[in-house]
Each structure stands twice: as C-alpha cells, then as structure tokens.
Ligand binder design. Structure first.
Ligand code: PMP
Length: 389
C-alpha cells in the first residue's frame, strides 16, 4: 500500500533518516537527495571524471556520451514524442533557463507592435526576464506591449479572459506548471486552447517536474524549463526543453565551455529514481499531505490559507495543491511564526515568495512537501499550530 511504499522511499534519504527529530518541509525551495543520486555522483567522480566534448581517451569519451544520454533522458522524462528533433539545453536552473530564453530567443523574435503576456502573480524568475527584454527593445525603438496574465479568484489562470486577451500580435505567453506559493496545478493542458495557435508558450515547470507526471505530448507548449535541485539532483543543474518545431534554439550540446558534468550525472540519477518511484504515486502522496494540512488549518480561525479557495465560481475546475500550502497567522507575524516552527524542528519557509505582485505585507509561511514527508510530520505540525491558534 501507499504507506509502506512511502516508508521504503523515505529510508533512502540519508539526511532525512539521520534526523528523525526534524521535519524538512521546504522542498519547494530545494529537494533532498536520495542515496542513489549521491552514489551516482561518487561513482562518476571516482571512476571516470573528465571534461566533455573533445577528449581522445575513455573517460572523456564516456563523459561526452553521458551528457548526450542525459539529453535523451530529459526528453524521455518529459514524454517527448519526437525526441529526434526537440532541443535539450542544460542550464544552471530555472532562473538561468528563463533568462536565456528571454535574451537569446525572445529578444530576436519580437517586432514593433507585438504583444506578450506575463504572469505577474507567479515567480519573479518568470516575470522579470520578459520585462527586461521589453525594456531593452524599447530602448532600441521597438515597442512591445505587455499584458498581465489574468487570474481567477482561486489563483488559477483565467483561461476565458486569456482567450479574450490574445490577439493577432500576441507572440509569447509565459506560464507556470505548479504555483510556488499556492501549490495549484495551473491547468496547463488548457493553455494552448486559450492562447490560440500563434503564440509561443513557455512553461516554468520548476515546481511541477518531479512532483507529478508532466508529458509534453499533446500539451503543445514550446519551451519547458526546470531546476535539477528541486528534482533531487545537485544544485547548478537544470534544463530547457524546446519543441521540435522551434528548431535548434540553442546550440546542440552547447559545450563551448565545461558543462556541469557531475551535476548532469546527478540529474540523470534523480530522474531515474523519480520515475522508478512513480510520479503518479508521488503526486497522490504529496497532494494528500497538502490536503491534510489545508483541512487542518481551515479548522483553526487564527490562520488564513492563501489561494486555491474551494469557493470557486461554478464551472471552474477544482485545483489540486501539489504539496505546497501557504498561510498566515492573523496575530503572529510570519517571520516570528517561522522562528517558532524552527525552534520545534520544523523547517519551513517564512518570507515573501519572489512574487512580482504584492509587497512587504505579503509575507507568509510556506510548507512544502515531497515524497519523503509523512502524515505524522503534518499532524505534529498541526498540533503545534493548533497550540498557537
Ligand atoms: N520558478 C518557480 C515556480 C520557482 O518556484 C522557482 C524556485 N523557487 C524558480 C522559478 C527559480 O528556480 P531556481 O532558483 O532553481 O533558478
């Protein structure tokens, strides 16, 4: 059953197993690493570490092959139906990936009078680069219109309003897979229909990949970007996937410098581990933990849970929270609450959350789980939060 499956997986995380008195509840910031990922890095560094791309000896050739295999691994993981022609480009993370798309692709494809749509309530890594490109082009006399992505009260995209906003000159739409504050699945499957056939769609999948199945087959998006460290690989890794119809957006291989070889090895091991664990079951587990916490908090009047309210307008699809629950206490400041939780061994994020919208007053406490977290951890957290109610 799900519980014994989960405890078998949890035991594979040395940092978790080694600290039974602590609860790591900040996986949206970065995920912990299973032993298999640590082993893969050690194996690579102790048996075949070399630079890639230009060697004449076995370690170098094997490193080159491993990186090429890693590109295929990313395509397979994303369910790419046409892996021969799509692009995979390794980057240091989602922030760099989105910035690269902005500067090296979008800037060269916008013309005077074009429009783009930017999701200002999403992570600033997915708003600032697009705005920068528009400003840059503006200084060259190329005027690009920026429209704000519309949201509904549940903080899902308002797909109907989006459809009304898209016009002949809409060239580019930035979107997010799972929201990093509200945890909602942004219903990316409905984006292409709302966007129409003409606009390029870029998907920030930093909080989705590794948490729930994501298949680009049928999604009809143009770019997908994610971070390795959030999918249990080492920091400093990540990938841009680009649809085959875009052609080679970034140089294939792209190895003008030294790639993050050991990081890419860790990424392959992490994707292998996640796939073997089963993304459907991982999603079921983390959604259940998030729902348990949300339901518990809703019974405590001192707390306000942000986003994803269930009082949705008729006809709106109900959003699932993918293991991310963000809330405020009506009397205790979020930073103070964060310190209280930390003193009891609960590692959560208490802060603003890199959103372009809002300001200082929007600080809140974010609890985010992955497959290694347990029902017991959520119940103990709720017990403490109840004592502060
Ligand atoms: N987008 C989203 C939705 C995120 O949650 C994050 C990380 N908090 C980022 C982008 C940036 O990722 P990274 O720090 O790995 O570049």
């Amino acid at each position: 059953d799900l519980r014994s499956w989960q405890s078998g997986l949890r035991a594979q995380f040395p940092i978790i197993a080694g600290h039974p008195d602590l609860a790591y509840l900040d996986s949206a910031a970065t995920a912990q690493k299973p032993q298999a990922v640590l082993d893969a890095v050690t194996e690579y560094l102790t048996t075949g570490n070399a630079n890639a791309g230009r060697g004449t000896y076995p370690w170098a050739n094997r490193t080159t092959a491993r990186i090429q295999d890693a590109e295929q691994r990313v395509r397979r993981f994303l369910g790419d139906p046409e892996p021969d022609r799509s692009g995979v480009h390794f980057v240091s993370g989602t922030t760099e990936g989105l910035r690269l798309i902005a500067r090296d692709w979008l800037a060269g494809h916008l013309r005077d009078g074009d429009e783009i749509i930017v999701p200002y309530a999403d992570h600033s890594a997915n708003t600032l680069p697009w705005q920068e490109v528009v400003d840059l082009l503006g200084r060259q006399g190329i005027r690009v219109g920026v429209r704000a992505m519309p949201y509904d009260p549940a903080r899902d995209y308002d797909h109907r309003a989006l459809a009304g906003m898209v016009g002949q000159r809409t060239r580019f739409i930035a979107t997010t897979h799972v929201h990093h504050v509200y945890g909602g699945d942004m219903n990316i499957g409905r984006i292409r229909a709302a966007a129409g056939p003409g606009a390029v769609i870029c998907l920030d999948a930093a909080q989705g990949v590794g948490h729930l199945p994501l298949s680009v087959a049928g999604l009809d998006v143009d770019f997908v970007v994610f971070s390795g460290h959030k999918v249990m690989a080492l920091p400093g890794t990540g990938a841009i996937w680009s649809a085959n119809r875009r052609g080679p957006v970034f140089a294939p291989g792209g190895w003008s410098g030294t790639p993050n070889t050991s990081g890419i090895v860790s990424l392959v091991a992490a994707l292998d581990w996640l796939e073997a664990a089963g993304l459907e079951r991982i999603a079921r587990w983390t959604v259940a933990l998030g729902a348990r916490l949300t339901d518990g908090l809703r019974r405590l009047p001192a707390y306000q849970v942000l986003g994803c309210q269930r009082s949705l307008a008729a006809g709106s699809p109900v959003q699932q929270r993918h293991g991310i629950v963000t809330f405020r206490h009506r009397g205790i400041g979020s930073n103070d609450l964060g310190f209280i939780l930390a003193s009891e061994g609960f590692m959560v994020r208490a802060d603003g959350h890199c959103q372009a919208e809002g300001g200082e007053e929007t600080t809140s406490v974010r609890v985010s789980v992955h497959v290694y977290n347990t029902v017991d951890e959520i119940d103990r957290l709720l017990e403490l939060l109840t004592s502060l109610n």
